[in-house]
Design a protein around this ligand. Structure first.
Ligand code: RIB
Length: 302
């Protein structure tokens, strides 16, 4: 039993502000921090902190950001065998977090774009051991497509968290077991308006027709909607006051993959993942705010 995550590692440069500046405006910030992040690493560490078996594959640069990240991976006891070290600058995310917890993120792909389709071919061993394969869209599209194709061929459950969103090819869509967009990403992928619940369902059903097994659509503070050809199930979110919403989606996806790897049904997995995401937004930072299993159990007991 294990999860293979192929994905990004970014250093997050996070500025906290009362309100993000508008065009041409300069404002004083409340403070600044440098955190480990990147959707791939966040999701892999979410699984690890819950007690799961996980392998992370990706790339770091040979710069000071890469050295900073290496120390984090050591602290988190993550296996670095499949982390490629390359010339160049490690991926960065410049983030503004407003007082209400909302964020704005600009990504500099850096060495994440050095993790190529042929690097996925070197993952035969962890792919073979994995039940679940998980990725996002902060790597080159050819890498994502190759991973999906190999996962499907090997009979694995392939989860794609389509963030940050770009249009997806039909050849990728048909290899996806579970797609986990938020409503905006869903709209972009389906090429449809997703302003109302009816439109969300319609857009989701249009993607199911292209061969995706299930959709788990995250709806922010409202919760999540599971959609497949048999059922439509709404999972309400926990009511919490957010401090920083960065990494909520990663916590959700990591926890979902962890639960499915532990043979839970999709509905139970999404319920548990909602709790992990809720706990994550109560702290600042993405990776550093991910909860451990003990905290999740305590939260669920309440
Ligand atoms: O999902 C949150 C993550 O998105 C941040 O950690 C940032 O690095 C970007 O990848």
């Amino acid at each position: 039993m294990s999860v293979l995550v192929v994905g990004s590692l970014n250093v997050d440069l996070v500025t906290k502000m009362k309100k993000a500046p508008g065009p041409g405006e300069t404002l004083a910030a409340i403070d600044f921090n440098m955190y480990p992040g990147g959707k791939g690493a966040n999701q892999a560490v979410a699984i690890k902190r819950l007690g799961g078996n996980v392998t992370l594959a990706g790339a770091l640069g040979n710069d000071s950001y890469g050295a900073f990240y290496h120390n984090i991976l050591v602290d988190e006891k993550m296996d670095e065998r499949y982390i490629k070290r390359v010339e160049g600058r490690t991926g960065l995310a410049v983030i503004i977090v407003e007082e209400n917890g909302e964020n704005r993120i600009a990504i500099i792909h850096g060495t994440n774009f050095s993790f190529l389709a042929n690097d996925v071919e070197n993952l035969a061993e962890p792919l073979n051991e994995a039940n679940i394969c998980l990725t996002q869209l902060e790597l080159p599209m050819e890498t994502v497509e190759k991973f999906a194709c190999l996962a499907k061929k090997a009979g694995k459950t392939f989860i794609l968290n389509p963030a940050p969103s770009v249009p997806l090819s039909d050849k990728l869509l048909k290899n996806i077991s579970i797609l986990t967009p938020n409503e905006h990403e869903l709209g972009l992928i389906a090429g449809m308006d997703t302003s109302t619940d009816g439109q969300i369902e319609e857009a989701g059903r249009s993607l199911l027709k292209k061969g995706i097994g299930h959709l788990v659509i995250t709806l922010g503070a409202r919760g999540a909607l599971i959609l497949d050809n048999e059922e439509k199930t709404f999972i309400p979110a926990y009511k919490i006051k957010p401090v920083d919403t960065t990494g909520a989606g990663d916590a959700f996806n990591g926890a979902l993959a962890y639960c499915l790897d532990n043979n839970m049904k999709l509905k139970e997995a999404a319920e548990f993942a909602n709790a992990v995401a809720a706990l994550t937004v109560t702290k600042r930072g993405a990776l550093v705010s991910l909860p451990r299993m003990k905290e999740v159990k305590k939260f669920l007991e309440k």
